[in-house]
Write a protein that binds this ligand. Sequence first.
Ligand SMILES: NC(=O)c1ccc[n+]([C@@H]2O[C@H](COP(=O)([O-])OP(=O)(O)OC[C@H]3O[C@@H](n4cnc5c(N)ncnc54)[C@H](OP(=O)(O)O)[C@@H]3O)[C@@H](O)[C@H]2O)c1
Length: 399
Amino acid sequence: MNNISIIVAIGENNELGKDNQLLWHISGDLKRFKKLTSGHTVIMGRKTFESLKNGALPNRRNIVLTNNKSFQKNNIEVAHTIDDVFTLINPDKEAFIIGGEAIYELFLPYTQKIYLTKVHKSYNADVFFPNINLNEWKETERTDINEDVQAGVNYSYITLEHIIMNDIIADIRSTLEDNIDIKTQESSQLYFREKIKCYGVKVAVVTDISKKYFKTLKGKSKTQIFDLCDELWQSGYIEESFIACNWSYYMRKQFEPDDFKIFEEWIKNYISNWASCDSFCNHTVGSFIEMYPEFISILKVLATSENKWARRAAAVSLVLPARKGKFLNDIFEIADILLLDKEDLVQKGYGWLLKEASKAHQQEVFNYVIRNKKTMRRTALRYAIEKMPHDLKVQAMEK
Ligand SMILES: NC(=O)c1ccc[n+]([C@@H]2O[C@H](COP(=O)([O-])OP(=O)(O)OC[C@H]3O[C@@H](n4cnc5c(N)ncnc54)[C@H](OP(=O)(O)O)[C@@H]3O)[C@@H](O)[C@H]2O)c1
């Protein structure tokens, strides 16, 4: 998650400045600015930098955005794109966006916190702070300063925190709790060998909850949504993992190759039962692989993992493409890697994959089973031939 904060002073109508200068001089506010930002990174536009009388701000790392490739000044780092900025900063440390208008606008969608000084007066200005959707921000602190004698204004320090990122998870959790079904709670554990953590909410209700809350994320970036998914996964609750699976699948039109790193981390770090493994891998990873088949090579690496869920993931990620007749040779290669796997749920995983592949390639899968039946695990073999005609099944089962 980014740790971006905006720090800004605005007039009654969002006024920021005029003629590349501030509109007021409030020494208390300048001291607060210095106190909050010292020791941190500050990020600004080239014009704001040029408005600073003494150049780079001391005791802070200064990053200046400009399109000018030859722009260089003492004690600053130059960035040419927002991605440059994200590469330069440490995501674990708070970084401050200090203006002006263009830069506030650019970073607002990535901002978690706004330190706002609201000056209670209207000004004639030529740059303005963007309008923010107050439904998305929660005021967490406010101090009213009545009458700065020197500046002759009243103003307020207001801290705003991004609600969606902070509260949506809490809302989802209380909605899940409100929907606990005692029978579901009692029976959930029966489907698993390992101890699972669950609220006891019916799957159909979890699906409705994930759809309902996904709608509230409209306008959020993929990174923000994946960050929320990460938080849901971290809980360990099976229902929360299903919501994370659904949300990442709903984002499939925006999948890019780099997303696989995130999916791989989720598989390795969070998957701990067959249900979340299959839900995530069938849909999210399966769709990704159909878009970027070159990543099948990474599934083959996962198939050699010490983590049994990663090994099952390697197989079940190809289940839906297999049903469409795709990637047969890769499927056989993954089955080869998993052929002697001792874990029952891995055997079932690759057996299921072969069964799905047999729907479009019955003869090839039958030949594969016959070729390997002496060494192949019996569970996997039984799964693989399940959809075949009786006579083929008999031949395959013969010792
Ligand atoms: N009230 C406050 O808290 C506050 C805080 C800061 C500033 N201000 C005021 O805001 C005004 C300045 O704001 P501004 O909007 O005119 O200028 P700005 O945001 O400070 O700087 C704009 C410049 O940043 C660079 N830039 C912007 N977007 C970029 C991108 N995507 N990639 C690369 N470079 C990019 C461009 O530089 P190049 O032209 O070099 O390419 C652009 O001209 C001043 O009046 C200042 O006093 C007020």
